[in-house]
Design a protein around this ligand. Structure first.
Ligand SMILES: [Zn+2]
Length: 312
């Protein structure tokens, strides 16, 4: 299933191909993949210009002018490609979008149909509501925000997979990031100490950035917008490497079920039990107001002590 790096790769390519193009016409073969505005796409889209192409979590958002948004969710097997109009149309191509003065077209293909297309017109408020259920983008998270997320009493992997908590990670990049940070996926998030939380955020960001540089991971269905495969699967350290030696320590990679998902990990780099006592080094989460409150209390105590001393 395409995750953040795969969708980001597609978005960057589409941005180059589609920016400022005006939609001439569309061809829709399956109307049950379309959600949002009930009016037919053929009436809504022609004449609108592509203002921007961006990513939110695992979704591709095409902003149109006059105000409309076309959002693609790739699901399990969805592909979004730009190709010459003359190239043969593969089966399960549900939507084709043509542009004026352009011999290339956008195609959405999804054999398993877990994905879909959302069209909204007339302002950002609809999209805001639709995309508002998603948590923050991991590449934009700071340590403070991530510590707040990691203060919850849930399994760390289940937490990272929850799109309402943090958006864009799936099975591949959760397993790779947890291995990079030396954290067992079944540990409770709130048992992680300060260093582990910091290491995990760094590992998530560096894993995602490296994956984007390699144009994502192609395991089965994912293709870039030009139809080519990604190459990050060659650099996976644990994901789908069951029985192979860990690239860090040589121990055999195992496969388990954590958070209801197939999970790959190195039993040595990611021990099942924390070797140190949980919470020992953990600093309680302190907000700015907590710090201010403590400072105020401290100065009150000093004042009290001074007045006591003056009385003596
Ligand atoms: Zn290892």
């Amino acid at each position: 299933m395409p995750e953040l790096p795969e969708v980001e790769t597609i978005v960057r390519a589409l941005r180059g191909e589609l920016a400022n193009r005006t939609i001439a016409d569309i061809e829709l073969s399956r109307s049950d993949i379309i959600h949002g505005d009930p009016r037919p796409l053929a009436a809504l889209l022609p004449g609108r210009r592509v203002r921007a192409v961006r990513r939110r979590a695992k979704r591709v958002v095409i902003e149109l002018q006059p105000s409309a948004q076309l959002i693609f969710h790739l699901g399990m097997s969805g592909r979004l490609t730009v190709c010459p109009r003359s190239s043969p149309v593969e089966s399960h191509t549900h939507l084709r979008v043509w542009f004026t003065k352009c011999d290339r077209e956008l195609r959405f293909r999804d054999p398993r149909r877990f994905g879909g297309v959302w069209c909204f017109s007339g302002g950002d408020e609809h999209v805001g509501r639709r995309l508002g259920e998603l948590g923050p983008e991991p590449l934009e998270l700071n340590l403070r925000g991530f510590r707040r997320i990691a203060s919850r009493g849930r399994q760390i992997k289940a937490l990272l997979l929850d799109q309402r908590v943090i958006a864009g990670l799936g099975n591949i990049y959760c397993d790779e990031s947890l291995h990079g940070a030396g954290i067992h996926p079944a540990w409770r998030a709130d048992s992680l100490d300060f260093d582990q939380v910091r290491r995990l955020l760094r590992s998530i960001k560096s894993t995602l950035r490296r994956a984007i540089r390699s144009k994502g991971s192609t395991l089965t269905d994912y293709r870039q917008a030009n139809g080519r495969e990604g190459s990050f699967q060659k650099y996976h350290r644990v994901y789908r490497r069951e029985g192979l030696p860990c690239r860090k320590c040589g121990t055999t990679i195992g496969r388990f079920t954590v958070a209801g998902r197939s999970t790959f990990l190195c039993p040595k780099c990611q021990p099942a039990r924390q070797t140190q006592k949980p919470n020992r080094d953990r600093l309680p989460f302190t907000s700015r107001s907590d710090i201010k409150g403590k400072r105020a209390a401290k100065s009150r105590n000093v004042e009290k002590w001074k007045s006591q001393k003056a009385k003596d």
